[in-house]
Ligand binder design. Sequence first.
Ligand code: PTJ
Length: 262
Amino acid sequence: MNFNENQDHTIPKTHPRYQSLKYRYKIIEGMKNLVVAEAGLIAHGRGECFDYIIGEKTTEIAKKAIYAAVASILLADRPVISVNGNVAALVPRELVLLSNIINIPLEINLFYQKEGRVKAIKNELQKAGAKEIYGIDPKKMTELYGLDSNRKKVELIADADLVMVPLEDGDRTEALKKLNKKVIAVDLNPLSRTSLWADITIVDNIVRTIPEMIKVAKEIGKLDNFQLREIVNKFDNKINIQNSLNSIVEYIKRQKKKHLKQ
Ligand code: PTJ
């Protein structure tokens, strides 16, 4: 797909940074139609920076976290995926597919409150095929204990035993943990507060993580609970984060050798 940035400048598919530019464009378009918060552009740039130094691919380390995440969701009684503006702009179709395959509801939950944003995200998810979306009707919402930001307004998340929080800010992850919920984070920054608080941290770009989760869900979806528990029990988040950091250092060293020949 070629896409038009600012109407008059077409990015050709052959551009070496085509993928990256394509997702930038989705974020910018998302901001124009209220799906993405203004600060979502900054968050995306932060993510790009980390993606660059992990090599812009899903590492074997991230794959281990993805297996543990999918197994945990399959074992959970009341799992929920929390959907914010960036995620809805970047991977709406993939998110809906994952939600259908492993039977995990989608709940809109926003940090930046602005008139029309919930509706814009709801439309985006519906366009992508979502039938049921939570976090829309204020009458059905309660407040999460121990949180002051707009993210405190929750529906299914209030009673969930597992919450997947892609691109999250640290406060809510901390609040969810204090309420004894299992938290799966997707965050390119292995040292963010969310990454450190979560039970399972997938250090990867959400645009690759969700398709990979779909693949893994198809692979392990038929395992029994004992086998799923084995996958979860083998996983250690602190070690996985350390390995992610080590792989960043190794990647930079390899690039230095390759490009600076020393
Ligand atoms: O739509 P809203 O109002 O709920 O707001 C969403 C954002 C993302 C703007 C809000 O949650 C926010 O400000 O987040 P932070 O505190 O900037 O944290 C976002 C984290 O996600 C950072 O650690 C980024 O490195 C990381 N990140 C950014 N883009 C990606 C990412 N991680 C995975 N995949 C990405 N594409």
